[in-house]
Write a protein of this length. Structure first.
Length: 122
């Protein structure tokens, strides 16, 4: 009985030492940022990852305004737009994808303003 107990203790101690010494893989950190508060008709975004290049796209909720986006904003640090006839508030966020187009991060929705002409906001 004593011999069996000693063997069990040695086996458990060996397993514990292996678990402590085993290498761990840190998960890749993905950073994403969006700001639409600097001026009307523009949002500024940024995304990066420790695991390699990422792609990002802007997503807008512009219910009730006639937002026009004259250019594709994918992977651009700024996204410009305007409202020709119905100005008002909008919301925006970034969606970040890895090289295989799996979503790796999203930002929270941030408020913005869509107007006929650019306005520098306080």
């Amino acid at each position: 009985m004593k011999r069996m107990l000693r063997t069990a203790v040695v086996v458990k101690l060996s397993a514990l030492l292996l678990a402590i010494a085993a290498p761990t893989v840190a998960s890749a950190a993905t950073e994403a940022y969006i700001d639409c508060s600097l001026q009307s008709n523009a949002c500024f975004g940024y995304a990066s990852s420790d695991s390699g290049p990422v792609n990002f796209t802007y997503q807008f909720d512009y219910n009730g305004v006639d937002a026009i986006f004259p250019a594709d904003c994918t992977n651009q640090e700024s996204c410009r737009f305007y409202c020709r006839y119905s100005p008002g508030p909008i919301s925006a966020r970034l969606i970040v994808f890895d090289a295989n187009y799996n979503i790796v991060a999203t930002t929270d929705w941030v408020p913005g303003l869509c107007t006929q002409q650019d306005i520098i906001l306080p």
